[in-house]
Design a protein around this ligand. Structure first.
Ligand code: TYD
Ligand code: MG
Length: 449
């Protein structure tokens, strides 16, 4: 006989325990445990002896590299070239950021059959959105349904190439008593969709909300199950949106796609460097521009620093879009190797435009911006600064220099400062002056006017 019992599940990562905990031992989130009822005994279904089959590696045929392109270049690039058949893609983001818009736009150009399952909006609301986007596709079937088994039945009869689930928090499997949106439902529904997708070779695009309250299952829980996790980010009032892959079994996770939300849907931003540099005031101190490589593409990004004297014992260090510990290291190098006395100053660092930079090639521009703010002198505003700073204050070589130089030249910069060790590899370019440097103090005296 089955018996009802209670267990507690972390809504962020899915960790299970039999008693309530304040902090999750697995993902360290506070107050994320929610109560779920489960039946004991049900799991003891008779296990039939299944025949197993194995395959020789060289005999398996693979057509995996054939991708389904959405025609939205920024989206395809983040996916690694388009959807792969049989894969599951999770698109996460805050409510209202534009997930439904993005996905509808993306599937709108696919030539084969698409099933769009909507649990949040009525079919009329989807139609209104399609009208705004001027979509007239005959290939999209809209299914207003939240029962997973009915959805799977429709998938089997209609055999679509892409299935969109908008959103996973509204879908439930009637074999479980838990409400839709609970950890158990989200996990079970996703794994069922996944095994169906792998078996019948269609793509599943799952839309999931991310809420800070932890009432709904966080992205971590699904990250392990799905093939690709894409974050759709943006700031409330800003119309720019950044699409970023945080996990991708079939592509590069450094790729980003940039969009602007307009009256008629999301518009791709074709020249993001121009966007990131627009609004730059060339005559203020504390600003430097670097050329960063995001995935396969060069991007010019403005680095801003503000250095102010600290009147209290402990100076503040705040980094937005950059690793805080890395900033501390660069400050120590500036102090010791370039004689910039920053230890009793507050330092605020910002990567303009909401981007995040992880690559060390931005080090030199960051140090230049900090020195520029410290001395209140403008940093050479016609130069792009690229280079990794070593602990000895030496400038180390970076990858993809050619790409960075050509992007700088394309946007009309006069000079680019690069590590001397990179210089041998450079064919001299006529459109831009290439200056090579090998120490931090040399660079700072070069760029500060
Ligand atoms: P939506 O895709 O519904 O967001 P999500 O699915 O992530 O909750 O879109 C949210 C916002 O986008 C909404 O406030 C209206 C705006 N929007 C436009 O500005 N232009 C458009 O063409 C569309 C369809 C939406
Ligand atoms: Mg939506």
């Amino acid at each position: 006989m089955s018996k009802l019992k209670v267990k507690y599940i972390c809504s962020n990562c899915g960790f299970e325990t039999l008693r309530w905990l304040g902090k999750c031992p697995q993902c360290s989130t506070w107050n994320s445990f929610i109560e779920e009822v489960f039946e004991t005994g049900r799991a003891k279904e008779k296990i039939l002896k299944k025949e197993t089959k194995f395959y020789k590696l060289n005999e398996i045929s693979s057509n995996r590299e054939e991708r389904i392109k959405t025609g939205i270049l920024e989206f395809d690039r983040v996916l690694g070239g388009g959807f792969i058949e049989g894969s599951v893609v999770l698109i996460g983001g805050d409510p209202g950021i534009g997930k439904s818009t993005l996905v509808l736009q993306a599937v709108g150009k696919i030539k084969e059959k698409v099933l769009y399952v909507t649990g949040e909006e009525s079919i009329e609301q989807i139609k209104m959105r399609a009208n705004r986007l001027k979509l007239k596709s005959e290939n999209i079937l809209i299914l207003p349904e939240t029962d997973l088994n009915s959805i799977l039945a429709t998938i089997r009869t209609e055999t679509p190439i892409v299935v969109v689930i908008d959103s996973i928090q509204t879908v439930y499997d009637s074999n479980y008593d838990n409400a839709a949106g609970t950890v158990t439902q989200i996990r079970e529904c996703t794994s069922k969709l996944l095994s169906e997708a792998k078996k019948n070779n269609f793509v599943v695009v799952i839309i999931g909300h991310v809420t800070k309250e932890g009432m709904l299952a966080g992205p971590k829980l699904l990250e392990h199950i799905v093939d690709t996790v894409i974050q759709f980010e943006g700031e409330g009032k800003n119309s720019y949106r950044i699409l970023r892959a945080t996990k991708n079994r079939f592509g590069n996770t450094n790729e980003i796609g940039i969009f602007e939300m307009q009256e008629s849907g999301l518009e791709e931003v074709k020249n993001p460097s121009e966007l990131f540099l627009s609004g730059r005031d060339k005559n203020i101190s504390g600003s430097a521009v670097t050329a960063s490589i995001e995935g396969t593409r060069p991007l010019l990004i403005e680095v801003q620093a503000l250095v102010t004297p600290s009147h209290f014992g402990n100076p503040q260090r705040v980094a937005t879009g950059y690793d805080y510990r890395r900033l501390s290291i660069l400050l120590a190098v500036l102090e010791r190797r370039a004689n910039c006395k920053v230890s009793s100053h507050n330092v605020f660092l910002n990567m303009v435009g909401g981007v995040r930079i992880d690559e060390p090639a931005a080090d030199l521009a960051i140090c230049s911006a900090i020195a520029s703010s410290l001395y209140d002198k403008t940093c050479d505003n016609n130069s792009i600064i690229v280079g990794e700073v070593g602990l000895g204050g030496e400038i180390r070589s970076v990858g993809n220099v050619e790409k960075r130089i050509s992007e700088a030249a394309k946007l009309g910069f006069k000079r680019i400062i690069i590590p001397a060790s990179n210089n041998k590899a450079i064919k001299t370019s006529n459109s831009i002056q290439v200056i090579s440097v090998d120490s931090l103090s040399e660079t700072i005296s070069l760029v500060l006017k």
